[in-house]
Design a protein around this ligand. Structure first.
Ligand SMILES: [Zn+2]
Ligand SMILES: [Zn+2]
Length: 169
């Protein structure tokens, strides 16, 4: 968990943020992000005049995803700059800005949750090991980047499927 001590921030005005969220932190549960090693969060938190909390941070880490064609592991670095704004949700912040809710009575702010959201938003759901990845043979499963197989790779004409369907009915 990665939380900000709000009374401390109020006293100081600005706080340095330096956090490391382990890959096995419950924060990542159900996210499918495939973090390899901890995620580093470095930045500052500050108070805006109107009571909003601004968190400006750089997020770094490494993800291990699967190539959608050949299922090989693909490592992708994470290097993301985020600006998170927390405040009363009826406040206005630009046109397309997004304010995350901040309970005025709260003494801590769960920054980890927002970091998780940003990371998911900015992570490609599908990756390729290479633009030209040839994938696995759909018939025999060989990795067509590494070897070839005897299968005919022509896709069956879908119109024949329709005819076949008619025959068996
Ligand atoms: Zn691949
Ligand atoms: Zn094959």
């Amino acid at each position: 968990m990665f939380k900000l001590d709000l009374p401390r921030l109020e006293r100081a005005g600005t706080l340095e943020i330096s956090a490391e969220i382990p890959a096995d932190d419950p924060l990542w549960e159900g996210s499918d992000l495939g973090l390899r090693g901890p995620l580093q969060v470095q930045g500052t938190a500050s108070l805006a005049g109107s009571g909003e909390v601004l968190v400006k941070a750089n997020i770094r880490g490494e993800l291990e995803q699967e190539c959608r064609r050949c299922l090989k592991a693909v490592l992708s670095p994470v290097d993301l700059d985020v600006l998170l704004v927390f405040g009363a949700t009826d406040a206005e912040w630009g046109d397309d800005g997004e304010i995350r809710p901040l309970d005025p009575e709260a003494t801590e702010l769960n920054v980890g949750e927002a970091v998780r959201e940003e990371l998911i938003l900015n992570t490609a759901p599908y990756v390729l090991c290479d633009e030209n990845c040839r994938g696995l043979c759909p018939r025999c499963g060989v990795d067509r980047n590494a070897e070839s197989c005897e299968c005919t790779l022509e896709e069956p004409d879908p119109r024949w499927d329709a005819l076949r369907g008619l025959k068996t009915e």
